[in-house]
Design a binder for this molecule. Structure first.
Ligand SMILES: CC[C@@H](C(=O)O)C(=O)SCCNC(=O)CCNC(=O)[C@H](O)C(C)(C)COP(=O)(O)OP(=O)(O)OC[C@H]1O[C@@H](n2cnc3c(N)ncnc32)[C@H](O)[C@@H]1OP(=O)(O)O
Length: 300
């Protein structure tokens, strides 16, 4: 009995590790040394990344380092990875809101950390670490929203692009400041930005390194909606209400919807079609489908 349980646990753990590898971009074959960079990042502590999972299937991910405008310390990068793993294992989840504490989003990497890891090996490992985490965040079977209050600068701007939608409050600003730091985005922000706004607008945003408020962001299709309220809890409530219009419904169906969109977004057409077929197979004839057939709703 104990042996069977142990074997089961081993198998589940192996499956989970394999799944994380499949969803990640980099491994040892790419010269990526995860344990090395985690050990390094662990030295730079401060702030936290918190997750609360609500009964409505919406997760609230909070970047919590308001003293530094929610800049990412080393331990926050590690905590973000841990929270993403938690979300991958949350089978009832349907949506996710990413926001910052204290009425602001995130001012990127903590510049004190950047200075300490400015050598090439640490820089490449940190870049791969954050790309892995943000790619897994983007691929979660949850409809995700970045709630941009205050400033989303540098890596903070990059993080917004790993969400499906960006909502902006009055006075908020997304700004790719990398040029002024002698850098280009390294957390996958450029590749994702091109897919969101197109190559021309991405070059304007990166080359100009200027702040973009809600109105211009809506025009560029960088933002999906402007919220009326800048106040912390009111904005969170409004973001929740906005997201609920898309997450309302059975978890299995909402999660399957996000998966077919991820496939369409990332795969060549034939592979995306095959994936869509496989995901279709998971809901066809399933409980939600059979119940709908009994109800026979009219979609007037
Ligand atoms: C690979 C790295 C790259 C990436 O990941 O893509 C990066 O992200 S590099 C970091 C890019 N971000 C920045 O350069 C932001 C720098 N900060 C600012 O421009 C301003 O602080 C602000 C964000 C516009 C806010 O200005 P303001 O409202 O006037 O507040 P303060 O400047 O007084 O900020 C309060 C406090 O927070 C500290 N702070 C802010 N951002 C960071 C940061 N990224 N790293 C470290 N510390 C940060 C700021 O220094 C203030 O602290 P004190 O000086 O102790 O008061």
């Amino acid at each position: 009995m104990a042996l069977a349980l142990w074997k089961n646990l081993l198998q589940t753990t192996k499956k989970r590790i394999l799944q994380q590898r499949r969803l990640s971009l980099y491994n040892g074959a790419h010269g990526y040394e995860e344990e090395l960079i985690k050990k390094k990042l662990q030295q730079f502590s401060g702030g936290s990344v918190n997750l609360s999972k609500e009964d409505n299937g919406i997760g609230i991910l909070t970047l919590n380092n308001p003293k530094l405008m929610n800049a990412f310390t080393g331990t926050m990068m590690i905590e973000l990875q841990e929270r993403v793993t938690e979300l991958e294992n949350w089978k009832d989840g349907k949506g996710l809101i990413v926001h910052g504490a204290g009425n602001t989003f995130c001012s990127g990497s903590d510049l004190n950390v950047v200075k300490e890891i400015s050598n090439s090996q640490d820089g490449m490992n940190m870049c791969m670490f954050m790309q892995n985490t943000l790619t897994r965040l983007m691929r979660l079977p949850l409809i995700s929203v970045a709630l941009v209050q205050g400033k989303a600068f540098g890596g903070g701007a990059e993080l917004t692009t790993a969400c499906d939608f960006r909502l902006m409050t009055p006075g908020s600003e997304i700004r790719f400041v990398h040029k002024h730091m002698g850098l280009v985005p390294g957390w996958g922000g450029a590749a994702r930005l091109v897919r969101i706004v197109g190559g021309g607008a991405a070059l304007q945003l990166l080359g100009g390194a200027a702040g973009v408020g809600p109105e211009r962001a809506l025009g560029l299709r960088l933002a999906d909606h402007a919220l009326p309220n800048a106040d912390d809890s009111a904005a969170l409530g409004e973001a929740r209400a906005w997201l609920t219009q898309y997450t309302d419904g059975p978890a299995a169906v909402i999660r399957a919807l996000k998966k077919v969109v991820t496939a369409g977004r990332e795969l060549p057409l034939e592979a995306a079609l095959r994936t869509e077929k496989d995901i279709f197979g998971t809901v066809w004839g399933g409980p939600d489908n059979l119940q709908a057939l009994v109800r026979r709703p009219k979609h007037r």
